[in-house]
Design a protein around this ligand. Structure first.
Ligand code: AMP
Ligand code: MG
Length: 483
């Protein structure tokens, strides 16, 4: 073998399941691949040498051109898209090539997204364009930097291979990393095909590898559902706290591990708008920013349905009904941290909703507001961010009065708030700038953004230019499902 991996690649555990869950498929070579981004920190975590020069023919390896994978596979899943049953989908352009044990002993899958046709490509070409691949690469790492559960991105390989979307673009491959890419849709697939044994086998596999604690529960499958519910609620609460809008919360894009998965037409809020729709193709706003918590519930109902042959219906329904409470508790916990409080009280909700009304009326920048609220110098600037400044003065006085009941010392609170309210998120225009440069042959901004987004809570002067509000031209950017 001509490559040097510090650790021996493993055959994916998923490939040891029976064949009904996947097809063995070879990645399609991508001509003349170029390594545009390499995530040295993640490489180190995976036990790979951080320096890309240490890996001969790395770009070819990460494009899927070197036939060295033992059982590369594409998995089959189904799902509900925009509220409708869509039938069979599957990994149409992502190929699971290997597993590694990371330096902490956690097993991680590596998928090549955009690696060519699979039996599940349907009408697609199996490719991903450079534009969307840069967005996935950067957002995975931005979310990880924010401490939000997500799939990761190890590398980005570009090429001159033409790919047609609305216009001619070029093909790219992201190597993405997660303990598993298992989706609600995997369960839906076998349930709707009338194969309860396959659902059971998949649930057993999921418990054995990812939820071992559930095995000891009185009802392991119910415990599994509750655990997935809790992680989903926590993930969406994280999204709401940082102003992240996923854009395509179809049930096939929902991770069984509660990871943010399948970055497409996502967006971070610039100016606050509760009903913000980041996906240009989402005409009815099904996946608008403020719909996300209840869409999480809707998707969990799809998952619960697949378990009806394994779990009594009443406790399953009760577990689903519990989502609202779990979500609210998770959200309150994040708001508690954003406001710098040591305890969240019931009476804090109206303080928050009054703030949202003021922000909605003014389109106040979500990220900058919270960062400024975190320290006195910032607070002094805030009233200019509101239309009704007198109303904001009253709100701020009420907030400060609330803080007077909180035992934490101001300096300690400030530090806690600065660790909860990021300075940097992957605003659309930042990704767009990196995309435009890379399209013109200069990939350096991808690396710079990734380094900045890995430390989004730091006040690093090197990245001051990334911390401002969106420029006017950002308003004309539109992102759709076509990627
Ligand atoms: P997404 O909206 O990216 O989550 O994709 C939904 C489904 O379409 C999944 O089954 C994808 O694998 C598939 N898909 C999306 N784009 C392509 C493509 N270019 N080629 C093949 N399959 C695709
Ligand atoms: Mg998807």
């Amino acid at each position: 073998m001509e490559y040097t991996l510090a650790t021996a690649p493993l055959t994916p555990r998923f490939a040891l399941l029976p064949g009904r869950y996947y097809s063995i498929v070879t990645p399609s070579p991508l001509p003349d691949p170029q390594l545009l981004a390499w995530n040295a920190a993640l490489a180190g975590q995976l036990g790979l040498a951080a320096d890309p020069a240490a890996h001969p023919r790395l770009a070819e390896l990460l494009a899927g051109n070197l036939l060295r994978y033992e059982r590369p596979l594409a998995s089959v899943y189904s799902g509900h898209q925009f509220g409708q049953w869509a039938g069979q989908l599957g990994d149409g352009r992502a190929i699971l090539v290997l597993e590694l044990s990371d330096i902490d002993g956690r097993i991680q899958e590596i998928q090549l997204k955009g690696a060519g046709l699979t039996p599940y490509s349907r009408m697609g070409d199996g490719r991903a364009v450079l534009r969307s691949s840069i967005r996935e690469y950067l957002c995975s790492e931005a979310m990880a930097g924010l401490g939000i559960p997500t799939t990761r991105a190890l590398s980005l390989v570009g090429s001159n291979e033409p790919v047609w979307r609305e216009t001619r673009e070029t093909a790219a491959v992201v190597a993405r990393v997660a303990p598993s890419f298992l989706r609600f849709g995997h369960f839906e697939h076998f349930y709707h095909r009338g194969e309860p044994d396959a659902v059971r086998e998949l649930a057993d596999w999921t418990i054995a590898h990812f939820y071992p604690d559930c095995a000891a529960a009185a009802s392991p499958y119910l415990a599994l559902f509750e655990a997935v519910r809790d992680r989903t609620a926590a993930m969406i609460a994280d999204w709401m706290a940082v102003g992240f809008c996923h854009g395509v919360m179809n049930s096939d894009n929902m991770s069984m591990l509660g990871l943010t998965l399948d970055y497409g037409p996502f967006g971070f809020l610039d100016g606050f708008d509760a009903g913000h729709i980041c996906n240009h193709s989402d005409h009815h706003g099904r996946y608008a920013f403020n719909q996300q918590p209840q869409i999480g519930l809707w998707n969990l109902a799809c998952l619960a349905q697949t378990l009806v042959n394994l779990v009594d219906v009443e406790p399953l329904r009760a577990a689903l009904d519990g989502y609202q409470t779990v979500f609210e508790a998770a959200y309150a916990e994040r708001l508690r941290r954003k406001f710098g409080l040591t305890e969240w009280r019931e009476a804090d909700w109206p303080l928050f909703t009054r703030l949202l009304e003021l922000m909605q009326a003014a389109g106040t920048d979500w990220t900058i507001f919270w960062r400024d609220l975190s320290r006195p110098a910032g607070q002094a600037r805030l009233r200019d961010q509101f239309v009704d400044r007198d109303a904001f003065d009253i709100w701020l006085a009420d907030y400060q009065a609330r803080l007077a009941f909180d035992p934490r010392a101001p300096a300690e609170r400030e530090a806690a708030m600065l660790a909860a309210n990021p300075r940097l998120v992957l605003r659309n225009h930042l990704a767009e700038t990196a995309i435009r440069k890379a399209t013109d042959g200069d990939a350096s901004e991808i690396d710079r953004l990734q380094r900045a987004l890995a430390r989004p809570f730091d006040d690093d002067a090197e990245f001051d230019d990334l911390a401002g509000p969106a420029p006017d031209w950002a308003a004309s950017l539109s992102v759709s499902c076509s990627s």
